[in-house]
Design a protein around this ligand. Sequence first.
Ligand SMILES: CC(C)(COP(=O)(O)OP(=O)(O)OC[C@H]1O[C@@H](n2cnc3c(N)ncnc32)[C@H](O[C@H]2O[C@H](COP(=O)(O)OP(=O)(O)OP(=O)(O)O)[C@@H](O)[C@H]2O)[C@@H]1O)[C@@H](O)C(=O)NCCC(=O)NCCS
Ligand SMILES: Nc1ncnc2[nH]cnc12
Length: 292
Amino acid sequence: MTAELNERQQQIERLGQLAVQALMMEVTVNPKPGLVDPVNQGPHPDMDVFTFITSAMSLQSYFNQAARLGSQAGLQAGPTLFGQLRAIGKKAETSMFTATHGVNTHKGAIFSLGIIVTAAGATIDVDSNLRSNQIFDIAKQMLTGVLKSDFTNLSHRDPESLTAGERQFLKYGKTGIRGEATAGFPTVRELALPFLRQTTGTTMDRLLDTLIKIAGETSDSNLIKRAGTPAITQWMKEQSRQYFARGGSKTTAGQAFLHDLNQVFLERGLSLGGSADLLILTIYFGLLEDLF
Ligand SMILES: CC(C)(COP(=O)(O)OP(=O)(O)OC[C@H]1O[C@@H](n2cnc3c(N)ncnc32)[C@H](O[C@H]2O[C@H](COP(=O)(O)OP(=O)(O)OP(=O)(O)O)[C@@H](O)[C@H]2O)[C@@H]1O)[C@@H](O)C(=O)NCCC(=O)NCCS
Ligand SMILES: Nc1ncnc2[nH]cnc12
């Protein structure tokens, strides 16, 4: 192998490794309301931090493959590339369920982070200052037409076979994670990543604040599913506002608020699985940009 090819190969592998690192960093952040962390299972009795570590490790080869797929497609990447990714994503879902004995830890991340890692592979030759924006643009290019293809004819399907996201589209017109991805992940591009870039303090402080920022601004289909109503999104926005009004993770008042919020999530069985996925994406960009 020539030195040039070898270096390219290493860059591709690095993109895959950073994906698993982002999954590990997300699950380490605590105290996270409604989510599994090393201290708490939150409202997820079927999983703990070890389930997440096992799940993340099982996805290494998927993310390496995704980065390689992207690097082969380059900047013209489009829906064909997404079709190829979905095929390997479905296999990765099966590997994840085998590794976790049937627990859904990273289904959302297989989809969202898979797209971003593939787009990162496609921008391997782009200048590092321009890269993040290019990744979002390519993700958008790749997802062209997905809303139409995934949501057409849903009403003719057996209602029992529909996923939470599909049900929420039929019931509330909400496009969920597919809508976010099709728009090029605006919650990450315009809100979470700029927010993370200007945070200070420990990595734990910065990531906790970024999570609560995301949770206050996104429509988390996992939260809606658990609450049984989309009105929960407005409630979450208010919780986020109050947390930051107390100074966030770096203040005693902010930490006390978070502690109480964790209790509320536990008592009501609420989860922030979708927001966790967007945090994972934000961490991935943070790693690419050397923000930690
Ligand atoms: C497009 C797919 C993601 C499938 O979508 P689907 O319609 O099956 O599901 P959705 O409900 O739309 O969402 C799927 C997961 O995406 C995450 N998510 C939701 N909202 C957001 C958001 N605003 N931003 C980012 N991410 C979001 C979320 O994942 C997290 O929650 C998961 C736990 O969920 P679940 O098991 O349903 O919930 P529990 O509370 O545990 O269940 P109960 O105990 O209540 O029963 C966890 O994985 C988090 O990561 C949503 O769950 C994609 O999978 C797809 O295309 N599927 C088709 C097959 C395929 O092609 N797969 C390969 C993709 S490359
Ligand atoms: N830490 C976490 N807890 C529960 N669901 C998640 N989905 C992604 N990360 C998660």
